[in-house]
Design a protein around this ligand. Sequence first.
Ligand SMILES: [Ca+2]
Length: 532
Amino acid sequence: MKTFLLIFLMPALCFAGGMSFAISGKVVGRGGVPVSGCVVSMEGSELKARSDAAGEFLLAGEGPDSSTKPPYIVHIDCADRPRRTVRLTATTASLGVVRIFKQPNFVVILTDDQGYSDLGAFGSGTAPAQGWLEKDRIPIPTPRIDRMAAEGVKFTDFYAQTYCGPSRAQLMTGSYAARVATKDNHKGKFDGLFNGTGGVDLHPSEITIAEVLKKAGYATGMIGKWHLGIDDGYKPVDQGFDYWWGARFSNDSGSFPLYENDKALGTYDDMAHVTRDFSTKAIKWIGEHKDQPFFMWLAHTMPHKKIGASEQFKGTTARGLYGDVIAEIDWQTGQLLDALEKWGIDENTIVVFFSDNGHWGKSVDAGSSYPLRGGKLGPYEGGHRVCFVARGPGIIPPGSVNHEIATSMDLMPTFAKLAGATMPADRIIDGKDIEPLLRMEEGAVSPHEAYFLYKTTTLKSVRQGNWKLHIRYADKNLVSGELYDLDADIGETNDVSGSNPAVVNRLMALARAARADIGDFHVDGTGRRMAK
Ligand SMILES: [Ca+2]
């Protein structure tokens, strides 16, 4: 037996020699100020170095075992700053200037009514012939956002809401829209959250993600569609944004009232150039605030109807005007990312891109939510689950795909944590910290026990793990509907409620508890903080 072990130990001993590394760099903070005392280390080795008074470091010596294949992982840990991880493919490298800010910047790019698969990274154009329209089988080129996904992470199971205003309410407050509805519109004209413009009046007493970050020293800017209130005291500048240039509500008629902060600028009706104008304004604002921590929310009106694209993109895709619109959003997203890189702040800026809800219908001017069933305003996944991509090289490892359940409500607590900001403690926040998911930490799982899919203020379904239970109302009481196993049946076609009574009961109990807490169209939940 001893002989046997020796034979097999020998090759291992031969491989035990480390590889030689020589890696230099300079650590700086905002304004190029050198950061000393940062510990630079390499995974799988004893290699360590410290940045000196000039912020410079040299990591040299024997690295990991020679059987270790690249990329080699180098961590830079500075006191009070988020860890920076760099992946190396060579044994000799200069990291150049490494910028590590105490507080990362955040850019949220939100599109309007974009379908789940209207990105190359989400399988644009791959819908099968049967059961799908011709348009759903024509790919839309999105090279920049695909690259953003390749350089960061895409979440396959990311939820927003099924409708514009409530979706924005969830993003802004980190809470279910039904929890923060104001009294007049939660029992409004249809089934809630309508304020006459298809939007939500987000009460000024709500604390937004912008207010949380502003308190932590961030510059806060918003360009684009607000849709969370039109009256005095209900504009972005009343909800924590230093600056706003954009639309009060949707562009269905091909125009919208344009505002700059509190000032009405008249009617904007240039749908061919709205994506260009919003993007240009957002990039300009970022450039003006690049030397301080900033939060920019760029909320496109496109590809919400009435759609339009500029001359540079019109007629350039095989998917018609809708494809041209997405191609322009993609290109402009690239312009923004390029600007961050040019200014040397891309590694310390987390950029997320997603849609407020699913595609809006079967028109050729609408997108595709393949392989999900349904779309905007519906109860199925195609309305609620959205394409989500995040890039932040200092935090998010490249080429990542995350299948855990995450939501737009999670951005507020996650950004607050990364910023060292304080979350409100006097209210229920439904969003959870998803930093471990963004970092793709081993074993990190969704922090949500379940996610409740509301259509405005009507509870439509519950998702827990692979299960999705639809909810019906019978005389204002909740009753269970179809049950789907999303792992086996992402298109929600095979109702398995009959053969899984225990799962149905478990998810119904969750739905009833959520209704008692959050409420719905008929019931004021105990945790609803509706303005009276
Ligand atoms: Ca929308």
